[in-house]
Ligand binder design. Structure first.
Ligand code: SF4
Length: 538
């Protein structure tokens, strides 16, 4: 027996349900929930209000923490009941009465812990189903004990080998709360096999509370978030309707609200007036240390870095070409057509680059051609004359919008990387510098033009943003407060816009696609996928 290895009892039950689910929970620290899990937690909280409950006919002891180095098990027993001199464990489950082996094995493991702790044998226990309020007796016979020992042995093998088990790929996957992390159908599809049978459930709808009005104050009132400024209420929304909070300089928030955001897993981002992210409050660093170990190891591997960086650059260049092609249809300009051909000629060379400097050369050339054409895509060229990309500070309105939009995108890509368990500061293509989210800059390459540039073109060409939405500031140009609000709204709409995935053939919003790309990158690092494939629009 390995004395240091303590496997959570609940995880042994998960292993019987799906070994891959066990791996994600125990080795990657996955804590995604679905409505059944949340319901279970609420019921558990209510039950645990008392540590001990005495009734004339029985006594209940609640939430007993036990562990055993001999069994390699640890766990929290929901309830241990004593009735007529007999002691037995009771495990609570949501829903109606079922006949599930994994539930019985979980209870048996609890009984084995209790037996070792008390030095006595237990014959039976109960599973209490809260939906039907009925109990099902479970006998701890030899067969069930052997199943439990085998499951513990398998659990140890998975932990020590650190290999991700194959997906069960059957009816168990329907309703599995880890499906958005497992992605086995999507990975097969990317590798040229069958397409996913159904769309992936979303876990983050991207509902953002954005506050950049100086002097505004955010506080918690009951289960709602209230934003006030002087005597006015600017927003009043349920906490459960928010997936992230973005606050700019000059906005204040109460500690009680920030604590609630952390408790509910809602990140808060703090940005400058120009949209640059200064930092964020995130519920806890993702517990998947194995993934970050792989990330640190792989970025030392020059060949792996080059091959993965080619994916980012390929996505960027192919998507730049698509944006130009889409707009060229209505412009009908032979000069623009020629520029598109020049970018097309660069695409096949990317795969041939034998070092990162050559790759940067291709990317630089394609970007130069793209931005030299970008100005021709605006209808109103007098107010929005664009010649080339400039920044820090931007010198014209289009560059001010691009800079603001890229800053927003950096925030959202960073958020996707953190969700996937990656370190956003450790880049593959972009070199790590102090305070630079290099991996976020890598991953956002393929999304810059299809998200931000597209929003810039739409807001200007539709007249949503006019020249009066900009102001001079220290030798540069920035958006006014009203302009920032309009642009942010358009950016959010783009992030929530559902498009049909070119490979999976189901619809999902851009925000979710960013998260998926981050998860695929993580799978490449964990060896679940061979190479990183950028998201390329048709
Ligand atoms: S989706 Fe299926 S294979 Fe993946 S963890 Fe869930 S049950 Fe297992």
């Amino acid at each position: 027996m390995n004395q240091d290895l303590l496997i959570p009892v609940s995880a042994v039950a998960e292993l019987l349900y799906c070994p891959r689910n066990f791996y994600y929970r125990v080795l990657e620290g996955a804590d995604e929930t679905n409505k059944h899990v949340t319901q279970g937690k609420v019921e558990e909280e209510r039950r645990d209000a008392y540590a001990r409950l005495s009734r004339p006919e029985y006594t209940q002891y609640r939430r007993i923490h036990l562990s055993s180095e001999t069994l390699n098990l640890s766990g929290i027993l929901d309830v241990v009941e004593e009735k007529a001199g007999e002691l037995y464990p009771v495990e609570f489950k949501t829903g109606q009465t079922k006949d599930k082996l994994n539930d019985a094995v979980q209870l048996c493991c609890q009984a084995m812990l209790l037996e070792e702790h008390l030095g006595m044998n237990l014959e039976k226990g109960y599973i209490h189903y809260t939906g039907s309020q009925r109990r099902k007796v479970v006998w701890f016979d030899q067969q069930l004990r052997e199943t439990a020992y085998t499951a513990i042995g398998n659990a140890k093998r998975i932990i020590l080998s650190n290999e991700i088990p194959l997906p069960v790929a059957d009816a168990r996957c329907n309703g599995c709360s880890l499906a958005p992390r497992c992605l086995h159908e999507e990975v097969s599809s990317l590798q040229g096999e069958s397409k996913p049978r159904r769309p992936l459930p979303g876990i983050n709808l991207g509902r953002t509370l954005y506050v950049d009005s100086p002097g505004a104050y955010l506080r918690k009132r009951g289960e709602r978030v209230v934003v006030t400024k002087e005597k006015d209420t600017l927003a009043d929304v349920p906490l459960t309707d928010i997936d992230q909070v973005v606050v700019a300089n000059g906005v204040n928030a109460s500690v009680s609200l920030l604590t609630s955001l952390l408790y509910n897993g809602v990140p808060a981002y703090f940005i400058t007036g120009a949209g640059r992210v200064m930092g964020w409050l995130n519920p806890c660093w993702n517990r998947n240390i194995l993934l970050r170990q792989d990330q640190f190891r792989l970025v030392q591997d020059r060949e792996w870095r080059l091959n993965t960086a080619k994916g980012f650059v390929m996505g960027k260049v192919a998507n730049m070409r698509t944006i130009l092609k889409r707009y060229s249809r209505s412009i009908n300009d032979s000069w623009l057509e020629d520029r598109i051909c020049q970018i097309s000629a660069i695409v096949p060379k990317i795969a041939e680059a034998d070092n990162v400097d050559t790759l940067r050369g291709y990317e630089g050339n394609a970007s130069r051609i793209y931005f030299s054409s970008f100005g021709t895509l605006f209808k109103e060229k007098a107010d929005f004359n664009f010649e080339h990309r400039n920044r820090r500070p931007p010198k014209d309105p289009v560059n001010a919008l691009l800079s603001f939009g890229y800053a927003m995108l950096t925030k959202d890509v960073t958020s996707g990387l953190i969700l996937a368990g990656l370190d956003p500061y450790l880049g593959i293509y972009h070199v790590a510098h102090y305070g630079r989210p290099a991996l976020a800059l890598d991953l956002m390459e393929e999304f810059r033009c299809i998200i931000v540039d597209s929003v810039v073109l739409r807001t200007i060409n539709s007249g949503m943003i006019g020249s009066n939405e900009f102001e001079e500031y220290f030798g540069g140009i920035q958006l006014t407060e009203a302009g920032r609000k309009k642009f942010f709204t358009a950016y959010q709409q783009r992030m929530s816009q559902e498009i049909t995935h070119p490979i999976f053939d189901y619809k999902l919003p851009y925000r979710r696609i960013i998260e998926l790309q981050a998860r695929f990158l993580a799978k490449v690092m964990r060896g679940e996928m061979e190479e990183y494939k950028a998201f390329v629009v048709r």
